[in-house]
Design a protein around this ligand. Sequence first.
Ligand code: 7TS
Length: 404
Amino acid sequence: MFNVEHIRQDFPILHRQVNGKPLVYLDNAATSQTPQAVIDAIVAYYSNYNANIHRGVHSLSQEATDAYEEARIKIQNHFNAKFSHEIIFTSGTTHGINLVANGFSSLLKKGDEIIVSALEHHSNIVPWQMLCERSGATLKVIPMNLEGELIMSEYHKLLSDHTKLVFVNHISNALGTINPIKYIIDEAHKVGAAVLIDGAQSCPHIKPDVQALDVDFYVTSAHKMCGPTGEGMLYGKEDWLNKLPPYQGGGEMIDQVTFEKTTYAGLPHKFEAGTPNICGGIAFGAAIDYMNGIGFDAIANYEHELLEYATAKLSEIEGLKIYGTSKQKTSVVSFNLEGIHPYDVGTILDKLGIAVRTGHHCAQPIMDFYKIPGTVRASFAFYNTKEEVDALVTGVKKAKMMLS
Ligand code: 7TS
């Protein structure tokens, strides 16, 4: 049984005050909060078995290595990857995307095309622009409509024999739109293109099955799904990961080193140079255990209720406009009050203890599309309540009164 009051007991931070008011944390799309089980995993690592991995003969190193590799298997099982070596630990989504973009530098040539979408976070735009500069390939963009949905008929027109890569986020961070990624992947494969899906915003809400999706690369960040910052994963199909060159050189990623020639380690170590965020990987595994303990169906159902409730209540405020009205949406409400800058609304909400994000959300092209400087974004997690939505609505009304 899903019991939000019970769940809230797992999150120490939810019981603090901000500016003398109980914290109402509605910035979950930026980063999620951390349950005690994950905090305990971090404390246990540094208290009991902090050691470097894959290299020591001593017991602590073995314990740390075992825990780190167990976490990799937890992640493999969670995303249903075929092999654990298809899971590469990264520092987060941005790192995973850059790793793949860098790898494709040597595989692309002038005349090749890369497709991204109008709904991307900057981290899924800039690395591809840099890749185009290096390789001579051209960037094409799937356009969006006013509801904040990608226009699939336009996607079709962009696909051709020249298309080598397609990069789309699973869920838009700025609007919450859930993109039709299975269709996007299947259509890209028909022209022989590889697909990378940015799962930074989907993994807190959905349990992706990389084999059922038949996706070539899938990336995410642990901190969006109750894990620590500075940790994430790149899933890649074995064949693709074997084809890509290493990203960074250093310890751990080699087989033999001489001054004449170095040979590289096999997967996954080829892409994991240097001492990784060992504790972060272990805590990522603990976060996955925690979220599965609650259950992704229960999470999605409850968050959908919160989304519908918040959308209905906020829509009652005169002069409030919601951006992103796709039927396929997660629990994100991006909005503006007519004639009022989003930053001003966010500042007043903060005084009331309510945390939202304001601005362009690292998705400037979306703001340009709507011709706005930014939005106020409330993003809900499974530990938020309807009472917190009510507090947001009251706060927005107060901001409107003070600022207009
Ligand atoms: N892709 C998407 C869709 C994102 O939402 C984010 C972070 C990233 C990539 C980058 O993730 P990182 O962990 O590597 O930084 N999004 C946001 C946000 O919406 N507000 O703050 C960070």
